[in-house]
Write a protein that binds this ligand. Structure first.
Ligand code: PGA
Length: 250
């Protein structure tokens, strides 16, 4: 395997500081460091310091923030900047999750600014891309995903592009119980890999491409075994320690 699998938990708007503290302590006790994969957690911003504090002696667990603003400081009520997330112990950031794009109306241009902010401050960006059901049914899935990818990739130099992690999350599979089949996931991952290859040549093999959308303990292994699937981004099933440990070790 060229790329170490990445298994990431996106808690979304769940687990405030108290529950996050208990989760992190239980996780530390039940999940040994995994040498053959990278395990990541994306708690809500308000719980970030608590989680990085509880897990300070577990550098194998990479903690990130779910969203950042493109600017470093300023009059942006309710936002979190990359340097603030970094100060709270984050090492990574989710960018362009479909809920940011579709619920909060964020544009491709905003994602590019967030990725730039992440690189300025040493946070590893995980760029989420994915088509809606309407886009898939009208045959536009590849175009939409490539537009989301290229609009960010074209703002990066090659060294930065190597450092990107991509997460393919078909919107119709998120939180719906409808998982893309391993074949659907592989097909889109190949499209993404090909686009990266056009830009980076053979070095494109280094960029991890994760799948997300209704991943559960019972489908994690089959998805991980599909070609070009380098890891998983997990929402609902990451909120229970036992379920999360089963996926993280699948
Ligand atoms: P889900 O969410 O696993 O609950 O479908 C995945 C995600 O949105 O990252």
């Amino acid at each position: 395997m060229l790329r170490k699998p990445v298994i990431a938990a996106n808690w979304k708007m769940h687990l405030g500081p108290q529950k996050a503290r208990a989760f992190a302590a239980e996780l530390a006790a039940s999940l040994k460091p995994q040498g053959d994969r990278t395990v990541m957690l994306f708690p809500p911003a308000v719980s970030l310091s608590v989680v990085t504090g509880v897990l300070y002696d577990r550098p194998d667990l990479v903690i990130g923030v779910q969203n950042i603003h493109g600017d470093d400081t300023g009059a942006f009520t309710g936002e979190t900047s990359a340097p603030m997330a970094k100060e709270a112990g984050a090492r990574a950031v989710l960018v362009g999750h479909s809920e940011r794009r579709h619920v909060f109306g964020e544009t491709d241009a905003q994602q590019a600014r967030k990725v730039a902010a992440a690189f300025r401050h040493g946070l590893k960006p995980m760029l989420c891309v994915g088509e809606t059901l309407v886009e898939r049914e009208s045959g536009k899935a590849d175009d939409v995903v490539l537009r989301q990818l290229v609009s960010v990739a074209e703002t990066l130099d090659d060294a930065q592009l190597h450092e990107l992690t991509v997460a393919y999350e078909p919107v119709w599979a998120i939180g719906t119980g409808k998982t893309a089949t391993p074949a659907d996931a592989s097909a889109m991952h190949a499209v993404i890999r090909e686009a990266l290859h056009r830009r980076l040549g053979d070095a494109a093999v280094q960029v991890p491409i994760l799948y997300g959308g209704s991943v559960k303990p019972d489908n994690a292994r089959a998805l991980l075994d599909s070609s070009d699937v380098d890891g998983l981004l997990v929402g609902g099933a990451s909120l229970d320690v036992a379920s999360w440990v089963a996926i993280a070790t699948a």
